[in-house]
Design a protein around this ligand. Structure first.
Ligand code: FES
Length: 429
């Protein structure tokens, strides 16, 4: 067993042979915990964003149990705790309004409690950046385990994707091309297993960002939520976090400038969500990395998209996993990646992706023959967005890339902009 490099935080609670120590141990023992768990071993927090109000994260109690198995196996002491959970489909007015609240919840719980290292369980869109932001502010050894995408939606003979087909099918009802009964039949078939949206929307993008940042174990992004290998990943994360505490491998040693540059380029290659921009900037801010909007343009605006997934393409995350998943994409990026960047496994990113193999070139293309050329996120500047805006060309029709028309201006801005104002935003050529 590796020697622990510095005094553990949890010793301040459980290691004292006085009145306070007795109180901390005594009340904690009411859960049926034996004496030997208080012998100075690493205490691992499992930050669980489980909630039935966040359906994408509703299977997390099972996931947490598998993390615990790994923690116990490695000689740690797991303590699971709930975090605020901001789910995309039920919260009003928008889950984004609560991202920072969730991050504060995670941060303050970590600061206030006897935790030496933490495993973050996240899935639905904003839960991933919120947990990473909170953990980054505290700087403990940290691993993220994503909840995983739902299985492919299957309705009759069609593959249907979350989000993408909500719009498509509802438009068909409006156009009289689909009955309401068929529409309602399709909704149960679209979300037919536990997990988050299985298109390359924000949840899959942010799970991919966690993997490309090196803060999640390899293959984290794409294993379907109900695949037994997701539970193996959770188990291995539980084992590894105990070692990370012993090595004092804190989150700031993983989330370096190089890690963010890897994530930005990976996001372009997967045709990831533009929401990754705001979330990566926020996470970088918490860990003290100087990352700017221009970096997305500079590092990745001309990179191709090599992943054929909805909404840009036709496949879904389940197919992506069977094709080899994110390690294949990152291997394709070759010298564009910082292969020496550290990861939570203790190995470099280059070592993590070295043996990746592609099993389906219709799902994952190559840089030489990409799925879509120049598909990275482009930063726009113009009279309506002086501080910048972003667009994902891989998900846009050519018509959308050059548009002239009347602008709809929010009420607060009407004084500044005449009703006839036209947007003159231009993507970088
Ligand atoms: Fe939760 Fe899409 S609604 S990931």
């Amino acid at each position: 067993m590796a020697k622990i490099r510095r005094k553990l935080r949890s010793t301040e609670w459980f290691g004292k042979m006085d009145r306070d120590g007795m109180a901390h141990r005594s009340w904690t023992k009411n859960m049926g915990l034996p004496n030997h768990l208080f012998d100075g071993r690493p205490v691992i927090g499992i930050a669980n964003s489980w909630s039935e109000l966040t359906p994408c994260n509703a299977h997390f109690r099972d996931l947490a149990e598998h993390v615990k198995r790994g923690v116990y196996e490695a000689g740690g002491f797991p303590l699971e705790f709930p975090t605020f959970s901001t789910g995309e489909v039920l919260m009003r007015p928008t889950a984004m309004l609560f991202r920072n609240l969730m991050s504060m919840d995670v941060e303050e719980t970590l600061r206030a409690c006897p935790i030496d290292g933490v495993v973050l369980l996240a899935g639905c869109d904003k839960t991933t950046p919120a947990q990473l932001m909170g953990a980054a502010s505290v700087d403990l050894p940290t691993i993220m385990v994503s909840g995983g995408p739902m299985l492919n939606g299957r309705w009759r003979d069609q593959t249907i994707g979350s989000g993408t087909h909500v719009w498509k099918l509802s438009e068909m009802v409006r156009a009289g091309e689909l009955t309401l009964a068929d529409f309602m039949d399709a909704e149960a078939c679209m979300s037919r297993s536990a997990g988050h949206c299985m298109t390359m929307g924000t949840a899959s993008t942010m799970a991919s960002m966690a993997e490309s940042l090196g803060i999640a174990l390899s293959t984290n992004a794409a294993i379907p939520a109900v695949d037994s290998r997701r539970y193996v990943l959770a188990h291995m994360a539980g084992r590894r976090i105990v070692e990370m505490v012993r090595e004092d491998l804190t989150i700031s040693k993983i989330l370096t400038r190089q890690a963010f540059e890897n994530a930005i380029r990976t996001n372009a290659a997967i045709g990831g969500s533009t929401n990754a921009v705001v979330h990566l900037l926020a996470i970088a801010g918490r860990v003290g990395v100087d990352l700017r909007l221009e970096d997305f343009d500079k590092l990745a605006h001309d990179l191709p998209c090599i992943v054929n997934l909805m909404p840009s393409g036709k496949y879904l995350m389940e197919d992506f996993y069977y094709a080899g998943g994110l390690p294949v994409v990152m291997k394709e990026l070759g010298d564009l990646l910082h292969r020496g960047a550290p990861t939570v496994s203790g190995r470099s990113m280059g070592e993590e992706i070295a043996s990746a193999q592609c099993w389906n070139r219709d799902v994952i293309y190559t840089l030489d023959k990409p799925f879509k050329k120049k598909a990275g996120i482009a930063v726009l500047r113009g009279n309506l967005c002086p501080d910048g805006a972003v667009i994902k060309p891989s998900a846009a029709t050519p018509k959308l890339l050059r548009h002239r028309g009347r602008a709809v201006v929010c009420p607060g801005a009407i004084r500044a902009w005449p009703r006839s104002a036209t947007c003159r935003c231009r993507p970088r050529s």
